[in-house]
Design a protein around this ligand. Sequence first.
Ligand SMILES: Nc1ncnc2c1ncn2[C@@H]1O[C@H](COP(=O)(O)OP(=O)(O)OP(=O)(O)O)[C@@H](O)[C@H]1O
Length: 300
Amino acid sequence: MEKQLFCWIIVNGYLNQKKFSDLAVFIQRAAEKKGVNAKIVFNSDVIPFIAEGKPLLKGKYSTLPDFVLFMDKDIHLARHLEQMGIPIYNSSTAIELCDSKAKTHQALVHQGIAMPNTVFPPFTFEGIARKDFDAFRVIGKELGYPLVIKESYGSFGQQVYLIENEQQLIEKATELSHRPFILQEFIENSRGKDIRLNVVGGEVVASMKRISETDFRANVSAGGRTEAYFPTDEEKELAIKCARILGTDYAGVDLLFGSNGPLVCEVNSNTHIVSIYESTGINVADYMMDFALGAGRKGR
Ligand SMILES: Nc1ncnc2c1ncn2[C@@H]1O[C@H](COP(=O)(O)OP(=O)(O)OP(=O)(O)O)[C@@H](O)[C@H]1O
């Protein structure tokens, strides 16, 4: 009899526990349907450490998994598991590139990917460079107003700000002086709407449109609603290309409606697939499981 496979679904143990638990249970059900024994593991419950030059784990577990679906952004844990020889999806490199909006845009820039004009402002962790507001005045003139500030590390639209004028720009740059961020031209044509394309193993498997009547951000947590969406070939191609360049096995690729075609907004390595199921009836977790089960044979 074939040995039953055992996987971990790793989710964040610190933030919004309910949201991450719902996501993990959703994936766990998909695993069970395929005969895989899946355990939900919070990143806070496993501690990577190096002892006598070897990567080891301490924490609440008794058996190591055959593979891991990594739905968190804990890059050190992800890399540590790889160093222990455990196959993980997505890879730590892909997670790292998606986690930082600055790194995502820089990874995509030479690859013919359409994106909003984007600026990487002067930055030091001491906040010194931010005191040079002349640079921001130049950036404001270059991008025009309104413009968008996005903290490099953020989710659910909570660290994305619409800046209407120079005064607001200086205030926000001061407020964020110790946190990395990027600035972008505001894509007026996409105000309050965007699309999310879920790409698994190089194919678009589900898509939805997010719409907000009240906020420039289309995020559901910012009051947006979702509906099923049928992407154009151009949109699909762009999403697949972004997922491939960033090395993701599965990704939620967000696109904006540019006036001359789709523009990449960002790429999520730990995409929340429950709302896309609710609006399309498509269970992305089934595809993710198939990918993980087949990846050994096909290679990444
Ligand atoms: N340059 C832009 N022009 C117009 N709207 C934008 C722009 N960038 C972002 N938005 C809007 O703001 C929302 C949040 O931005 P973004 O996706 O980059 O942040 P996030 O916090 O990572 O969101 P998520 O959790 O959905 O991944 C987008 O879904 C989009 O509706």
